[in-house]
Design a protein around this ligand. Structure first.
Ligand code: F6P
Length: 487
């Protein structure tokens, strides 16, 4: 299958004419065409929060006037900064969707260095902001605050520290070195960020899709506005493929269906992402958030239990590092996991031998998982090597590879902004199709919100508020103990 210049080989997944017919019937029974239409045209796709999930509008080749105007403002800001050679350093402060996509793009296209140095600060752990500011000249540093809600504790606390750092460094007008990207420009304004430094996005952009909004300012400053435009074009091409291709040739649909079989029928609890590309290390956490925040639900739209296992745990690491870390578990562990192998046909460095080895490793691992090696084969290997039969038979039990472990092979012609954008949209739409089939809302994250609320309460208690009597005994103990040490 080919979509937006990407080849997607799903021959490593179970298939049969019966399964294809049943899958199509299931999609129609779930009103998939109507749901897709609602998603792509800005209808209320996020029903629990009563809003659209219209991130595709941000990358449309012919965007609305409002979106086009904000894109132009952002590009003008980047042109101004570049022409004046301003801000050699950027501290990008944001978390989750306001962080991973930008980190991914900057490491994918700036892996060999960028003329602006970028530090990403997401974690609320003070060591993160300490490291993020360290070594930077405050007079030549831009602080980018990326937060859709402008209420996220991590981003606000880290942002406060960064502004204090500018103020304490004798910078003449610290807020001229602060930019805010948010759906709440009013709050950013209250913080003191000047209007010309506030880039807006809209409430209908889900947090984990912020990459497509002005949050990409840091990408543009670090690796160019062309990268941002290229990623948008690739994602838009994948949107068009998703909207138009028949089910049997629709890459997100087909990937979604095999994912459902792997999870809900074959009971695989996780999905491994194996990018055979050093530049794509941050793809793993990006897809992790996309899949797990979206599909980590077990109640359907009617509020009833889904009844089958839903979204898998997503994990991974670039190959070949992964081969020396956890691939043994994939090959011979008792559980195993489906693997998405992602690789570029052409490399952008000048050492063809390296790329040959990378490609060979990628294909070899996939083949081993797929076809395995039988008892008879490994036994024969040992006998051929002259191992005595009794030992060879014993050894063979250890060397058997069951095979039959499902995988996808996703081949990009090369890593370009276009293909990376298309790849991200491929996963976005795959996740959407799975949500439609499982009948869940992929656009909310009540579990995350609950965790945030509890953390806020406990932070208050650590600052002196009365302890919540509803805490369990262990939490009560540790709140008391930490409070004493924080005095
Ligand atoms: O983790 C929950 C979440 O709401 C994500 O969906 C989002 O990407 C992240 O927090 C950051 O949110 P914000 O951009 O509003 O600071």
């Amino acid at each position: 299958m080919r979509a937006a210049d990407i080849d997607i080989d799903i021959s490593g997944q179970g298939s049969s004419p019966g399964l294809a017919a049943a899958s199509e019937a299931l999609l129609l029974a779930r009103d998939f065409p109507q749901m897709r239409e609602r998603l792509l045209t800005g209808g209320v796709a996020n029903v629990t929060e009563e809003r659209a999930a219209w991130h595709s509008a941000l990358r449309a080749p012919a965007p609305t006037e409002e979106i086009a105007a904000e894109r132009q403002r952002l590009n003008a800001f980047v042109r101004m900064a570049d022409s004046e050679r301003r801000w050699r350093n950027i501290v990008h402060i944001g978390i989750g969707g306001s962080d991973w996509g930008v980190r991914l793009a900057v490491s994918a296209f700036g892996y060999a260095g960028t003329w602006r140095q970028v530090h990403f600060v997401a974690n609320i752990d003070g060591h993160a902001i300490e490291g993020g500011l360290a070594g930077f000249d405050p007079h030549d540093t831009l602080i980018v605050l990326a937060s859709k809600s402008f209420t996220t504790a991590e981003t606000l606390q880290n942002g406060q520290r960064a502004i204090e750092w500018l103020q304490g460094s004798g910078v003449s007008d610290p807020y001229q070195q602060v930019v805010a990207i948010t759906a709440r420009p009013d709050v950013a304004r209250e913080w003191g960020v000047p209007d010309t430094h506030i880039f807006k996005f809209w409430d209908w952009v889900g947090g984990r899709f912020s990459l497509w909004s002005a949050v990409s300012l840091t990408t543009a400053l670090a690796v160019s506005a062309d990268v941002v435009a290229g990623m948008q074009a690739g994602a838009a091409a994948m949107d068009a493929h998703f909207a138009e291709a028949p089910f049997a040739e629709n890459a997100p649909v087909q990937m979604a269906l095999s994912g459902i079989v792997n999870r809900s029928v074959l009971d695989y609890g996780s999905l491994n992402i194996a990018p055979y590309d050093f530049r794509l290390a941050n793809l793993v956490p990006y897809i992790q958030q996309l899949e797990m925040e979206s599909l980590g639900k077990s109640v359907n739209l009617a509020g009833e239990p889904v009844g089958v296992p839903t979204g898998p745990a997503v994990w991974g690491m670039p190959g070949t590092d992964a081969q020396h870390t956890f691939f043994q578990w994939l090959h011979q562990g008792s559980d195993g996991a489906p693997v998405d192998f992602i690789v570029c046909q052409h490399a952008d460095h000048g050492w063809p031998e390296h790329h040959k080895s990378l490609l060979a490793n990628c294909l070899a691992q996939r083949e081993a998982l797929l076809t395995g090696k039988s008892f008879e084969e490994v036994l024969q290997d040992s006998l051929n090597e002259g191992v005595p039969e009794e030992r060879a038979r014993w050894l063979a039990h250890h060397k058997v590879h069951a095979g039959g472990r499902p995988s996808n092979l996703i081949v990009l012609p090369r890593l370009s902004p276009y293909t990376l954008g298309a790849l991200l949209a491929l996963y976005e739409h795959k996740v959407f199709v799975q949500a439609v089939i499982w009948g869940i809302n992929p656009f909310d994250q009540w579990g995350v919100e609950y965790g945030k609320m509890l953390a806020k309460g406990i932070a208050g208690e650590l600052s002196g508020k009365a302890a919540d009597p509803k805490h369990d005994a262990s939490t009560t103990h540790w709140v008391k103990r930490f409070k004493e040490s924080l005095r």
